[in-house]
Design a protein around this ligand. Sequence first.
Ligand SMILES: Nc1nc2c(ncn2[C@@H]2O[C@H](COP(=O)(O)OP(=O)(O)O)[C@@H](O)[C@H]2O)c(=O)[nH]1
Ligand SMILES: [Mg+2]
Length: 256
Amino acid sequence: MYDNRTISVVIPAYNEEATIGHVVHDFRTNGLYVDEVVVVDNNCRDRTAEVAAAAGARVVSEARPGYGCALRRGLDEARGEILVLTEADGSFRAGDLKKMVVYLEDAGLVVGTRTTRQMVQQGANMVKLLRWGNVVVAKILELLWYFSCEPRLTDVGCTYRCLTRETWQRIRPHLRASGPSFSPEMMAEVLVQRIRLIEVPVNYLPRMGGQSKHSAGWTKILRTARGMLGTILRKRWEGFRRAPDPAPAPAGEATP
Ligand SMILES: Nc1nc2c(ncn2[C@@H]2O[C@H](COP(=O)(O)OP(=O)(O)O)[C@@H](O)[C@H]2O)c(=O)[nH]1
Ligand SMILES: [Mg+2]
């Protein structure tokens, strides 16, 4: 609970039995009081679901494969007013959540950045190509939305982020990426709709176990980056063609 608003943490998981128990425990006990942890079991072939449930998570299953499909399902299932996304591999700290949610007072989506060098722990999967690649793609996003929003961004692939339920309801119908491009797609959609987007540095740690699916090795990094760039360009084009959704009236204000 933060500021009288309930918090749900959503964790996509694909074969993460080695780390999921620790992550669920961390978010249930550290930092802010979290009302529920939802783990999305995406066709895991190991004991991820069992371990997550034993640690106190609500486990939901998603048959359509992919990070984006899993996150979309988890966000739909979550009951909280503040929705938090994080990873199952222990690379983010529950303790950082309190730094992000305070910015939800000023923004509809608060994304973490893993490119602040001082907060990247030794051994974390943030090789130069990944760090600078994220910075470059983030700058492209800045440039593409310079005239409408002028966002300030240094990362596009950070799962750790939080948003209000209202933001989710507004962006949900416009998201379709099934893989890792879901992360920048969310950011771009928020910019298309001129919802405020703020970036906050978060600690980035080495995976606690298991294997990286999106950014292990150059080929995977480049494939992920290409998909992300394509998604961002598609969103920019869509944004030009689409009339903006009518913004809901702020609380307490009469609708004409
Ligand atoms: N549901 C689901 N989750 C996935 C999939 N691929 C990766 N993940 C999860 O998404 C998060 C990020 O994946 P990870 O392998 O850590 O990628 P990296 O952080 O770029 O190295 C982790 O929690 C994974 O378990 C997938 O196909 N389906
Ligand atoms: Mg990871």
